[in-house]
Design a protein around this ligand. Structure first.
Ligand code: BGC
Length: 342
């Protein structure tokens, strides 16, 4: 069942459209056309419908700076010094984090009105045109983002795009999860996390990769066997970014999840499946001050973002282009991620 509501006014002066998808098992998700943002995710757990997404009031979405649930592009994550070279040309981008560009720049895809192309009982498809020169990027890019809610309590997000010039392209969803209490914002570090990855990317204090991919064996980044996020928290290189805020290069095993997040009492688990090469794990190190749905504020570490994407700063690292992040003219960009609740 799909219900439409118009509420409030977005920065472009027009109302937000909020779409609600539900399945036969009572699971319910909400998305809006502002930023093609995932607003809410209520999962049946025993006798309750549990909210698992960190979120705020609709009118606070354009104000909050945490990219809550947003579709992020044209290039998710950072591009160092807001510049790169492609096809022999120096390209200068807009700057929105110190000298760097983060999550697509000043007016990234999260701050755009998306067109609702198609909607059905169990899906919504959004489209967006990103024009040549936008935020400094080259080429006109047509983007489609589709949310599906399946009968087995999974949210599937499909990203499709095509560009008329070679361009960096890295799309993700920026939902923060808390499987225990996303409304109140309990400390997410009590959750257990397992990641099928072999390497991670060290970064400097501004989140810019500053070393080659590093094996995670015998480091605090090793989640291969699963452990509580708190267990090795703030060890080693985590200290300079207040926790985990690192990209993990996934070890793809067919049909297998790349990561599993479990509530502290194991009453709910989230499995993530993806076609993407890497997972940015961000433990909400600077979430403090982000508005909640009741108007009060979250504290740091109230939610964890598990963002499937290419490696950060790929445009400046041709050695990582094999993992994606640069789209060729007229080549189809197609990626999907499944968030399954069990
Ligand atoms: C980045 C963080 C950043 C957060 C909110 C995450 O994707 O990795 O460094 O603080 O987004 O912008």
């Amino acid at each position: 069942m799909l219900a439409n509501r118009n509420e409030g006014r977005a920065p472009d002066g027009l109302p937000y459209r909020v779409l609600t998808l539900t399945n036969q098992r009572g699971m319910q998700i909400q998305v809006t056309d502002w930023g093609a943002t995932w607003l809410s995710c209520k999962v049946p757990v025993k006798n309750e419908l549990r909210e698992v997404l960190i979120g705020c009031q609709l009118e606070d979405y354009p104000v909050q700076q945490a990219y809550l649930g947003a579709t992020v592009g044209r290039f998710a994550n950072r591009i160092a010094n807001s510049k790169f070279e492609l096809n022999g040309k120096q390209v200068h981008l807009s700057t929105n984090q110190g000298l760097h560009q983060l999550h697509g720049g000043v007016k990234g895809f999260d701050k755009r009105r998306w067109n609702i192309l198609k909607e059905g009982d169990d899906f919504v498809r959004f489209s967006l045109i990103s024009v040549d020169g936008e935020e400094g990027f080259m080429g006109n890019v047509e983007v489609l983002v589709t949310y599906f809610l399946t009968e087995d309590n999974a949210v599937e997000i499909h990203f499709d795009a095509i560009s008329d010039q070679d361009t960096p392209l890295n799309l993700t969803n920026h939902a923060y999860f808390n499987l225990e209490n996303a409304t109140g914002g309990s400390d997410v570090r009590q959750h257990r996390l397992q990641i099928n990855a072999s390497h991670y990317l060290p970064v400097d204090c501004q989140g810019i990769p500053n070393a080659p991919l590093k094996s995670l064996a015998n480091t605090s980044f090793d989640f291969t066997q699963g452990k509580s996020i708190a267990q090795d928290f703030l060890q080693e290189e985590q200290q300079i970014v207040k926790g985990y805020d690192h990209s993990f290069l996934l070890h793809h095993i067919p049909q297998q999840e790349c990561a599993t997040l479990s509530a502290p009492d194991n009453s709910l688990r989230l499995q993530i499946f993806t076609s993407q090469p890497a997972l940015q794990v961000y433990t909400g190190n600077f979430l403090g001050g982000t508005p909640k749905r009741d108007g009060s504020e979250y504290a740091d570490y109230a939610g964890i973002a598990l963002e499937t994407q290419a490696l950060p700063d790929t445009p400046n690292h041709p050695e990582w282009w094999q993992y994606g992040g640069i789209s060729k003219v007229n080549e189809r960009y197609q990626h999907w991620t499944v968030f399954k609740f069990i």
